[in-house]
Write a protein that binds this ligand. Structure first.
Ligand SMILES: *Cc1c(COP(=O)(O)O)cnc(C)c1O
Length: 465
């Protein structure tokens, strides 16, 4: 392709994008396709000769787009949001165009230096203490794996990487029963094993881990000859938004000299609002590692996950490897690929820069506050619906509910709502029962969009009950 053609199609796609976004509210949120329907429309073999971009884009519209679920739809209430604001999209277009691989300072000094400044901007935005540094990763899963590997190495005197784990005894990691599966998988692949991930029961209105039970579990493990390695806490679990009492967890961690990681992948963004910090964030400054995803609630296009580190040294001692071909001449520079598992790195800081400068923190705070208020208002309306039950009250903007009937009835309602297409919700489980999850967090959602959910849920329930 010639560059003048690239410019032509680039403009075309920018226009297409604006049209797409202004038509989103009229589309069904979740793709309405059957399994295999899209693949069946695509040739089984690659073309031998090139095709026109016009033809390719026509197929994109006709074959691919009907099979897309619209994450930027204002009535996306499923999972957690993956907000992509227009300024962050523009930044991504620039990143894609310059197409630099930013593994070392010298492979793009601007990318490394902007990353350092953006981590520091976000540190301040979230109310974290001076002294935290950090790194931008692709996902919270990667950041959590980095933290678990650091726990493993720290607990083995930094010999696990060198000698392997066969002589190391049972390394133990502790978390609550409300954590995301990325914690389980981090323990699998770090060689800790599911059996050595100790899940502590929760209590209280925020479903935080029981600190006395945590302490007892650690003591029992030490008595049994096991090696406690670290604790993973959560602010905003995926199922119902569970939040640990950070100070209580830290007291136990400090008593046993354990490394601590905090998973705030979703709820971390809400901590730009100071009024939430007392309830959800008190004590946070003593965590060794904290992850949050600006690509969820904040509006930085996927993917963008920030890991803050109180002291980067243990993680660097765990992950840094420097073959000759990666050595950079003498100076004291930051090479972020030494902080993470992948070597290659995208330039993710640019979209944070564009996002924060375009909106400013005040605008972002206003949106999150609205989401929380609207979730509470909708929750009150669903509570008042005949036979409906709230299973977990809103934690920030997430709550769960049930319609009358058994677990199968809940799934039927979820499926029927999503077939209807006006809103999108997903199921979860809480206290051993299937529940319907509802979170408010899409960047452009309005109060009317959120309240429409009551109408849709009531209408669909009438049809299927
Ligand atoms: C979304 C989420 C994750 C996983 O995030 P990825 O960036 O997709 O790996 C982990 N923990 C919590 C609490 C989450 O909400």
């Amino acid at each position: 392709m010639k560059w003048d053609e690239y410019a032509k199609w680039g403009k075309h796609i920018a226009g297409w994008g604006a049209d797409y976004h202004s038509s989103l509210a009229d589309r069904p949120v979740r793709a309405q396709t059957a399994i295999g329907e899209i693949a069946a429309q695509i040739p089984m073999t690659p073309p031998e000769s090139g095709e026109e971009m016009a033809t390719i884009l026509k197929d994109f519209d006709e074959v691919i787009m009907p099979g897309m679920t619209h994450w930027q739809h204002p009535r996306f209430f499923a999972y957690f949001p993956a907000n992509a604001t227009p300024p962050s999209m523009l930044a991504e277009q620039l990143v894609n165009t310059v197409a630099a691989q930013c593994m070392l300072w010298q492979t793009s000094p601007a990318a490394t230096e902007l990353e350092g400044v953006m981590v520091n901007w976000l540190r301040q935005a979230l109310g974290l203490a001076v002294g935290f540094t950090g790194v931008i990763q692709d996902s919270a899963s990667s950041a959590t794996l980095s933290a678990v590997l650091t726990m493993r190495e720290r607990a083995t005197g930094f010999t696990g990487n060198k000698d392997g784990l066969s002589q190391k005894g049972h390394l133990r990691i502790y978390c609550s029963t409300e954590v995301h599966t990325s914690i389980d998988r981090a323990c699998w692949v770090a060689g800790i094993g599911q059996a050595n991930l100790v899940k502590i029961a929760t209590k209280g209105p925020l479903f935080g881990m029981d600190a006395d039970a945590l302490d007892a579990a650690i003591r029992a493990d030490i008595a049994a000859g096991h090696i406690p390695a670290g604790i993973i806490a959560i602010t905003g679990g995926t199922g119902i938004g569970a939040c640990d009492d950070l100070r209580a967890v830290l007291r136990v961690a400090q008593a046993h000299d354990l490394y601590t990681h905090l998973d705030a992948a979703w709820a971390g963004s809400a901590m730009i609002c100071p009024e939430f910090r007392d309830t959800f964030w008190a004590g946070v400054d003593s965590f060794d590692s904290i992850v949050f995803n600006p690509h969820k609630w904040l509006g930085a296009q996927f993917d963008c996950s920030v890991q803050f580190l109180r002291d980067a040294t243990p993680q660097l001692n765990t992950l840094k490897i420097e073959p000759e071909y990666l050595k950079t001449s003498g100076e004291e520079v930051v090479n972020y690929s030494e902080w993470t598992i992948p070597l290659g790195r995208r330039f993710r800081a640019l979209k944070i820069w564009f996002l924060l400068r375009s909106y400013g923190l005040d605008d972002l705070r206003r949106r999150i506050r609205n989401h929380v208020a609207w979730a509470e208002a909708l929750c009150a309306r669903i509570r008042a619906m005949e036979g409906f039950e709230i299973c977990s009250d809103p934690i920030l903007s997430l709550f769960t509910f049930r319609a009358p009937g058994d677990d199968a009835a809940q799934q039927r309602l979820v499926d029927a709502i999503n077939d209807d297409g006006r809103i999108y919700v997903t199921q979860g489980s809480h206290a051993g029962r299937k529940v319907i999850r509802f979170q408010v967090g899409q960047f452009d959602t309005t109060e009317d969009d959120v309240m429409m959910a009551e109408t849709v849920i009531a209408e669909v329930w009438e049809q299927i009950k």
